[in-house]
Design a protein around this ligand. Sequence first.
Ligand code: NCD
Length: 327
Amino acid sequence: MRHLLSAGDLSLAEITSILNTAEEMHTIQSRPIKKLPTLRGRTVINMFFEDSTRTRTSFEMAGKWMSADTINVTGKGSSTSKGESLRDTMLTLDAMGTDCFVIRHGSSGAVAQASGWVKAHVVNAGDGTHEHPTQALLDAFTMRRHFRARAENGQSRARAENGQSRGLGEESFEGKTIAIVGDLLHSRVVRSNVLLQRTLGSKVILVAPPTLLPTGVDQWGCEVTDDFDAALEASDVVMMLRVQRERMHGGFFPTAREYTELYGLTPERLARLRPGAAICHPGPMNRGLEISSEAADAANSLILDQVTAGVSVRMSVLYHLLGGSPE
Ligand code: NCD
């Protein structure tokens, strides 16, 4: 693997390998000393031209915990604010001996284009409304753990009740249904999740008002509906998406109240989730708009598990790209 630009570029074997290595990385997160020598001597530059809390911090932690030298470059503090082109900025930093660029950029396609200019590896940390592959990987990691825990619970209950054990493969994505709900139009998270989940074999139901459906969504191979309640009854995971007001130029729904009523994960809908179903949200959340506090903080909410997984999965991605220390 040279770059990670799109979730659609990953084979099932590559996804499985990234998720399995992430499991190993996950164990160091609960250790008092979080340090591996794996990427000693490697330099990772995080270039974030859009705001970020969890993605930028978790990439930085991931690099640091593996002993890489991590450097942060932002749009405001760099020469791009003096008019330097992205290409010249990248060529400059590449010439210094960078091993990997982690890039978030407001323009769809900018990261893929940048990967063609440099010798270093490139990771797409979100480009416009296009893709966010490490988010889809950390979502898959979190869901896989949830399915596994649910299967283990079921097995021990079945064994206790009638001496039977359930079949293997309960943790697999085959036969699982994931509803992705909300502002699909502006979401790179949904695009990467649809591509990754297609390879993993789950069924994805997309739920949104018609005004927030991307053009060509009917070609994505997913069920598309505006009926959240019907989707809710069929889903093992309900992934809520943020209403991205900063990307909205115009009225996409009449009122916030109406949006919440039709597409919000309200306390009423929380009560109607299938037994064992889980809640995800990539964050940042608009509490009270797309998700109620009751749902965000519920026992079956995986939202903070997603954040934790973000570091493990990004460690694994950097490891897969940079392949350990040169020695
Ligand atoms: C997402 C993003 O930036 O695309 N957040 C994230 O990376 N955790 C989703 C969002 O901003 O709503």
